[in-house]
Structure formats: structure tokens, C-alpha cells
Design a protein around this ligand. Structure first.
Ligand code: FAD
Length: 276
């Protein structure tokens, strides 16, 4: 049960969403955008947030649909993980979507909610960072499309009232060789101890969730791993040394354990690459 009342709005255009946000904010209602609602409802129930109004974005056409274009695959921010997985158009992203939560929740959680949420894992951000995706954002100055990584530093840097409408993945990434490994403490559907995603495109590109307090992609790490003059063991040791001070520890797994998992996972990946 949610122990307080709140206003629910369901705009059908971007302009209505922006106007609703502005008006509700002026009324002091602390409005929030609402997509799958999985995080918002859990946090309202727990009492960690208390919005006076939510603005449901699922009826807005610009936030919906998956479409192929000459240069990109466009994914609406309100698309669910299950829609993305079933579309089978970006295999790495589809695989990651299929490994978040269970099927029931995958039919509800949206990609926009996953990258914009406060829960630290945001695993769908990994393929977006690796593919140099672009992101479209609707705000006071209209619609802008910018590199995903210019707005995402482990979490989305949105101004109040800004709404993510679409993600644009360049076409090369849809066919690039990929790798994903997700290790959890107990159940398959748990949050990751380490989730590692990689794309091969002019060398290895690699990004992580669970290992640190935010998802990240590191160019320094990629330089180490792409140095094929060195043995797999030596590259993995260097990678572990680079990352160990950032390793995240909580009740699920200590930082040292996450680094242990990282080393095994990286070794498997580099050996797989060595074997073509
Ligand atoms: C059982 C379970 C297991 C899970 N396991 C994992 C896991 O292993 N890895 C992982 O990464 N995630 C996992 N998740 C998902 C994650 O924890 C969040 O619940 C989910 O990503 C939120 O998505 P949503 O669409 O439900 O967002 P909502 O609850 O609707 O919104 C979340 C936040 O994002 C904002 N928001 C939503 N859409 C937009 C938008 N388009 N523009 C701007 N702001 C927006 C909202 O205002 C809110 O602040 C799990 C969830 C569940 C229920």
C-alpha cells in the first residue's frame, strides 16, 4: 500500500507532459515522471520518496516504439525490457534486458526508467555506453539529441522536468561481436555482483555494472585489455589493480570478492577472444 495520496496524470503529447510538470511543480507537488513504476512504487511504499504527483509517459508516441533507420536503431524510452528483448535487433542489449529481474517485471520495467532510476545498477546503460549511442531529451528548450555518455556519468544528469524520449544505437553496433556475463550472489534474478558487457569494434570495448557504485566504461581499462603483446594473466592482473580501489562492497558481496569475480570473468573473455 502507498500510505499517501498523489495526483496521477497521463499526457498524450510531449508538450502536455512538460506543461503538466511545470504546473505541478509550481503547485509545490514535487512531480515525477513515471514509466514502468517498479522503482517509483517500491520507493513510495518504503517511504523514501513522497511525490505529490506522477506523470505517466507511456501514452506519449515519441517515447514508444522500436524503429530501424539508415544510421540507427531507435528505441523509445517507455519500451519495456521485454519488448526490446523480443525485437531481437540489438543482441547485446536484448540479452541484458532478458537477465534483469524476472519475466513479469521485464514486461513492466522500461529502458528509460532503468537508466534514469536511482538504483545503482542501470544495466541497460552498458550497451548504450559501448555503442556510443545518442539520447533524445525533451525539456524547456524543446528536443535535443546528444551523445548518451555526455548525459550519463554512471547516472543520468537531467535538469528538473527533462524527459528522455529515445535512445539511438548506431547500426554498426547491432552486428558487432558481443559478450555478456552476469554474476549474482544467489538467485539468477538478483542484482549483479558483476555484470560485464563487451562489444568488439576496433578492439575490445568493455563496461561494468555492480563492480563499482555506478556503471562505467573505462578507456584506460580498454587500453590495458587490448594490449595483445601481453599475456592474458598479466592484462587481467593490471585490470584488477586499476579497478580494486573502486570496487563496491555491500551485504551481497565485498569489494574483494567482486574483484575476484572480475578476474575470472575477464580471463574467460580474453581467452575466448584469443580463440577467435
Ligand atoms: C525484482 C527486480 C529485480 C531487478 N533487478 C535489476 C538488475 O539486476 N539490474 C538492473 O539494472 N535493474 C534491475 N531492476 C530494475 C531497477 O531496479 C528499476 O526498478 C527499474 O529499472 C525502473 O524502471 P521503471 O521503468 O519501472 O522506472 P520507474 O519506476 O517508472 O522510474 C524510475 C525513475 O526514473 C525516472 N524516469 C522514468 N522514465 C523516465 C524518462 N523517460 N525520462 C526521465 N526520467 C524517467 C522516474 O521519474 C523515476 O525517478 C530490477 C527490478 C526489479 C523489480
Amino acid at each position: 500500500m502507498i500510505p499517501f495520496n498523489f495526483q496521477y496524470c497521463r499526457p498524450s503529447t510531449l508538450a502536455e507532459a512538460r506543461d503538466a510538470f511545470r504546473q505541478l511543480q509550481n503547485e509545490g507537488k514535487r512531480p515525477m515522471y513515471y514509466a514502468g513504476g517498479s522503482e517509483t512504487i517500491t520507493m513510495c511504499r518504503a517511504g523514501s520518496i513522497q511525490p505529490g504527483a506522477v506523470i505517466d509517459i507511456k501514452k506519449i508516441p515519441e517515447c514508444n516504439g522500436i524503429s530501424e533507420h539508415e544510421d540507427s536503431l531507435d528505441i523509445g524510452a517507455a519500451c519495456t525490457l521485454n519488448q526490446i528483448k523480443d525485437a531481437k535487433l540489438f543482441p547485446l542489449l536484448g540479452l541484458i534486458c532478458g537477465r534483469i529481474a524476472d519475466h513479469t517485471n521485464q514486461c513492466r520495467i522500461t529502458i528509460g526508467g532503468n537508466v534514469c532510476g536511482t538504483i545503482i545498477y542501470r544495466e541497460t546503460s552498458l550497451p548504450l555506453m559501448l555503442s556510443d549511442a545518442q539520447i533524445s531529451i525533451w525539456g524547456e528548450e524543446g528536443l535535443k539529441t546528444v551523445p548518451f555518455q555526455s548525459m550519463f556519468c554512471g547516472r543520468m544528469e537531467l535538469a528538473p522536468g527533462e524527459l528522455v524520449t529515445k535512445l539511438h544505437v548506431p547500426r554498426w553496433a547491432l552486428h558487432a561481436p558481443y559478450f555478456h556475463a552476469k554474476h549474482t550472489a544467489q538467485e539468477k534474478i538478483d542484482y549483479p555482483v558483476v555484470s560485464m558487457a563487451a562489444l568488439v569494434h576496433n578492439g575490445l570495448r568493455i563496461a561494468f555494472s555492480g563492480l563499482a557504485s555506478r556503471p562505467f566504461r573505462s578507456v584506460r581499462l580498454e587500453t590495458i585489455l587490448n594490449n595483445t603483446q601481453e599475456s592474458v594473466t598479466s592484462r587481467v592482473e593490471k585490470a584488477a589493480r586499476l579497478l580494486q580501489e573502486h570496487a563496491y562492497g555491500d551485504a551481497e558481496a565485498s569489494g574483494a570478492y567482486r574483484i575476484f569475480v572480475l578476474k575470472n570473468t575477464l580471463t574467460s573473455l580474453l581467452e575466448e577472444l584469443n580463440h577467435g
